[in-house]
Design a protein around this ligand. Structure first.
Ligand SMILES: *Cc1c(COP(=O)(O)O)cnc(C)c1O
Length: 365
């Protein structure tokens, strides 16, 4: 099989989704499964739907197109605010989008009418993370400006946390969102269908029982894909952390000193490397590098193996005495963090192999 390759265990993604869905359902919350970490891979989306996700969400129109072409059932939710230049595709590909700019919402409405559709809007409210969203006191004027526009339906409000500012979801910021909901509902004289409280970072609030009633949607990617709480990086209980495994091939094994010989300057990435003298060490080179992913996010599955560093195409690992003997041609497996996962899924050099769908298949991105 092609190497390097990412093995994606769909059965584990299905089970992780189920676990999040059950947890969320107990608090009256539906889960939108977020596929952007897997580049909108249709099989991953399908595993999320089979696990009970109510819809699929992605930040990229290219990924929504991929899902639509694969015949994935809707509705589809566009996560990144559509740009004015993307209005036609946004209406074609997404049923609902997150929005904060009345000018874009107006354009979405005109385009939806042209396409004979109604486009759903979730109005984003910034409750402190300082990424997208209207400031809470600007929401009512915005709702006033858009609520009667033809071609759009204001389906709800939402917020996003723990992304730019790293602000933790809390009872307080969720209650702030719910207070905005009340004001919007009394302005438009009808209930909003959706209060979308955030992403994987909101799960700890859910687990601790602190999520105030009224939040009825979460948009979950990382927790399903990697089984981890992104705020603390800790494994989530009863979830799989090895849904994605990256395999790379050993192309050299040598004993070498741990400090380079000769005058040193910058490395291939402009950094000045520092080395500790640990004597002669056994090292392997793997055919994988920074062209593929952020190597800092790799965790070897083998004991006694440590990532030393990498250039564009070479990953250096040190093998301790306790490490299993390795030979040229062997495959070495790694787990990945979210940035490394994003890189590897986006790398055309990393093949994608699907497991857990009744027989392994392989697909190139
Ligand atoms: C990426 C994204 C999510 C999902 O985030 P995870 O941490 O992967 O759960 C949710 N909402 C928005 C707006 C996003 O951009």
């Amino acid at each position: 099989m092609t190497i390097p390759r990412m093995e994606i265990d769909l059965a584990k993604i299905r089970r992780n989704t189920r676990r999040v869905v059950v947890l969320a359902a107990a608090a009256g919350i539906g889960v939108a499964g977020v596929t952007k970490g897997a580049c909108g891979l249709p099989e991953v989306a399908r595993a999320m739907l089979e696990g009970g996700a109510m819809m699929i969400a992605d930040s990229r129109l290219e990924n929504l197109l991929r899902l639509k072409e694969a015949g994935l059932p809707g509705p589809l939710l566009l996560l990144r605010l559509p740009g004015l230049s993307q209005v036609r595709e946004a209406v074609e590909l997404a049923d609902i989008s997150l929005n904060s700019e009345p000018a874009v919402i107006g354009a979405l409405g005109r385009e939806a009418r042209r396409q004979g559709k109604t486009h759903g809007i979730i109005l984003m409210v910034d409750v402190g993370d300082l990424r997208e969203g209207l400031w809470p006191d600007q929401v009512l004027p915005a709702v006033d400006a858009i609520s009667d526009l033809p071609g759009i339906e204001l389906v709800g409000i939402g917020t996003n946390l723990a992304c730019y500012g790293g602000v933790k979801p809390s009872r307080e910021n969720m209650e702030l969102l719910l207070s905005v909901r009340e004001k919007v509902e009394s302005l438009i004289g009808r209930p909003l269908r959706v209060v979308s409280g955030g992403n994987s970072a909101n799960l700890s609030l859910l687990i601790s029982g602190e999520m105030p009633p009224g939040i009825n949607q979460l948009r979950i990617g990382e927790a399903i894909l990697l089984g981890r709480d992104p705020l603390e990086g800790t494994p989530l209980p009863q979830m799989h952390q090895d849904t994605f495994r990256l395999l790379a091939e050993v192309i050299e094994i040598k004993e070498k000193p741990s400090r380079p010989i000769g005058e040193t300057g910058r490395d291939a990435f402009g950094r000045i490397p520092r080395f500790e003298d640990r004597g002669i060490r056994r090292r392997a080179i793997l055919a994988l590098g920074r062209q593929d992913l952020a190597v800092e996010g790799l965790k070897p599955l083998e004991d006694g193996m440590e990532v030393l560093g990498a250039s564009s195409d070479h990953l250096l690992v040190e093998l301790s005495h306790s490490a299993k003997p390795l030979r040229v041609g062997d495959e070495v497996a790694f787990l990945l963090d979210y940035p490394a996962l994003l890189g590897a899924m986006n790398s055309p050099y990393v093949a994608k192999a699907l497991l857990g769908q009744g027989g392994p298949g392989e697909s190139r991105p």
